[in-house]
Each structure stands twice: as structure tokens, then as C-alpha cells.
Write a protein that binds this ligand. Sequence first.
Ligand SMILES: Cc1cc2nc3c(=O)[nH]c(=O)nc-3n(C[C@H](O)[C@H](O)[C@H](O)COP(=O)(O)OP(=O)(O)OC[C@H]3O[C@@H](n4cnc5c(N)ncnc54)[C@H](O)[C@@H]3O)c2cc1C
Length: 399
Amino acid sequence: MQLAYSESERHLATEVRAWLADALPRLPPRPARDDWDGRRRFDTGWQRMLFDAGYAGIHWPRAYGGREASPTEQLVFLEELDRAGAPDVGVNFVGTLHAGPTILAEGTADQRSRYLPAILRGEEIWCQGFSEPEAGSDLASLRTRAQRDGEEYVINGQKVWSTYAHVADYQELLVRTDPDAAKHKGISWLIVPMSTPGITVRPLRTIGGPSEFCEVFYDDVRVPVANRVGAENDGWRVAMVTFAFERGTGFVGEITEGMRLCRQIADIAKHVRHGDGTAWDDVELRRGIGRAAASFDALWSLTVWNVSEAARSGVPGTGASALKLRVGEAFQELADVGLRVLGRGVLAIEDIDGMHSARVIEEYLRGFGLTIGGGTSQIQRNIIAERVLGLPREPQWTS
Ligand SMILES: Cc1cc2nc3c(=O)[nH]c(=O)nc-3n(C[C@H](O)[C@H](O)[C@H](O)COP(=O)(O)OP(=O)(O)OC[C@H]3O[C@@H](n4cnc5c(N)ncnc54)[C@H](O)[C@@H]3O)c2cc1C
């Protein structure tokens, strides 16, 4: 096994580092968290800069605007982004990390050439419409109905927790196309333009303040049959492909962010007063920070594995659930150490003495969501138990 980077990989790292050194100072100031027009502009602007430099969708086929980089080159690129403190994907999350990859794996040639380049150029933002009020963990119970009318589907129903729906142009939507089939067998995966008449988007507020979540209502929404990805009623299988990307490689940004937050907390610990010294003098806190750093290091190795597997077979494998499970937990452990470092400072929602303390509190609150979004920790444990360890399936309850 070759652990060191090759000559050409080191060359890529130098090239990316030089580009970032030039590009990052040209970025406008980051908008406030609840300035959604500003956030869309900032995130899509950054995506466009990546595209123009040839770094958007670095591992995607050239035909759709990518660079066909190898898995290792992709990781070299991500490491350089992290090292330079570059912005994350932001509102481009769904398009670049799971809707786009699903279309690449399962879409028709027309769908690929229509949607993929626009995602990479930052021109079209996507959101996900999977969860419903009565169908979260038990997603296959979804009831949003799509009835065939000639060459169109007519959609009626409701989705919830749709991240970025209020700024999105398209949605990856799961609908029931056969209400009489067994629940996993009557579902289809559709591409839905958010501007279609009959769609109402209502933003939700959460514990962290103004949020990125929305409810979405569909009232006789007409979508061409040509917008279906995969066969009619085969949407459950396509959704599993989406989840493999979402859980397997979609959390890369969270991991590099966790590493960054870990360094910030270590830095804050050296300045916060604890008794006669600083928080850094407390061996338990230092150990907690060290443990968190080791967790994120291990998660990075798991990411390397998932990225390699995705490159080999087209889709990340069962390691995806292990990664998703551990990312959520590691984030919570890290945020918990962060709170202990801050002590009574956690009562302040703003930065204390120029330290990035507000970020620690924000990440603590966000940590809860990370153990839920993309499938809860309990559900990941069920998947690992059944599909990786081969334990018996959990009983199916009927009401
Ligand atoms: C940050 C974040 C982003 C999200 N983004 C989106 C999005 O963009 N699009 C979208 O469609 N959805 C999104 N979601 C919704 C998310 O997918 C659901 O919240 C999640 O699947 C859980 O569903 P639920 O909220 O209905 O909880 P429930 O399914 O009602 O679960 C409640 C509790 O019961 C447990 N539980 C349920 N079934 C089992 C079981 N069989 N075994 C053991 N325990 C079980 C769960 O683990 C959980 O603790 C997001 C959620 C979050 C937090």
C-alpha cells in the first residue's frame, strides 16, 4: 500500500494551494446566517469560482464539467480546501453531494446533460423532498401521491424538513406512484422544478433561530414523466443510491469542519480562565479535545475508504452508515468538550473577548440535527446490525 502522495498528487496540492491563496481574498464578506439572498449569492459565487478554475465536481466526468480526478486527487483537493479555510458547499449541498451524484448514477443521458453542468456551475440549487410528517425514519410510508395523467404526473401531498427549499430551483422528490403495491414497491424518484405552479414553501424556525428547513406543500403540481429518475415504482432503490452518497461522502464537509472546530476549541482553551490557570491546564479537557481530534482523524480515514469504494463501484457501500453514525456522535462529543471549555461563557450567544465562542454554541445546537438528518443514529445502527453484521431483522410492527 502506498501511503505517501505521488508526484502528480503533490503537484495538484501545490496547484490548488496557489489558486486558493489567490481566490480566497477575492471573496466578498460572508453574509449573515439569515440573509438567504446573500447566502445564495455567496455560495453560488464560490461554486462558480471553483467551476471556472476546473475544481467543481473534481471527480465528475469531463462531459458534465468535472475533471475526472482520482479518489486520492479528490481527497488532496478537500484537504487543501480545509487547510486554507475555504467556504463549504453551503446551499449547493444537495445538488453537488447527492442529487447530482444520483442523476450521474441513475439518470438518462438527457437528464445528465441537462442538470449536472448547471449544478457544477452553481446556477441551479437543489433541495431534498423525502421526509413527511408521518414518514421520517419509516420513509417508505410516504404518502405524497403522484398520479399519472398522460405524459405528466400530478402531485398532491406534503413534505417537511426540506433543507434549502426556500432558495432551491429543483427538488429531488419521492412520491407514491402505486398506492396498491407493497410500501417499498410503489415509490418513484422525481426531479421537480420549485417554480412549478401548486408548490408552496413555508420556512420553519428551530432552536438555533432562523433555520434552513421548510415545509413544502403540493397542490395538483404537474411534472413531466420525463423528470422521473429510474423506472416507475423503482424509486426506493434510487433513493438508496441517494442515501449512499448522502451518508457516505456527503458528510466530508462536516468532518473537515469538525477538525477545524477542534483546533478552534484548543485555541480557546488556551485563553479561557479556569481557576488559577486556563482551560488548557485541565488534563480532562485536554484529553477530551485530543479524543475528539482522534475521532475526526479516524473519520477522515473512513471517508478515504468510502470515496475509494464510490470510485470503484460507482456508489459508496455499507461504510456509509458507519460514517454517518460516527460523524453525528463525534460532533456532539466535540461540542460537549467545547461547552466545558467555555464554562459559564456558554450563556453568551455572541463571541467572548474576540474568541470564536459563539461558533462552539452554534455547533453544539447543530450537533443534535446531525444525529437526525440523513437518517437518525438509531436507524444507522439498525442498518449496520442487519446489513453489515447480519443480525436478524427488526420486527415489522403494524398498527
Ligand atoms: C439537519 C437535518 C436536515 C434534514 N434535511 C432534510 C431534507 O433536506 N429533506 C428531507 O426530506 N428530510 C430532511 N430531514 C429530515 C430527516 O430525514 C428526518 O428527521 C429523519 O429521517 C427522522 O425522521 P422523523 O423526524 O420523522 O423522526 P421519527 O422517524 O419519528 O423518529 C423519532 C425517534 O424514533 C427513533 N426511531 C424511529 N424508528 C426507529 C426504529 N425502527 N428503530 C429504532 N429507533 C427508531 C428515531 O431514531 C428517533 O429517535 C432533515 C433533518 C435534520 C435534522
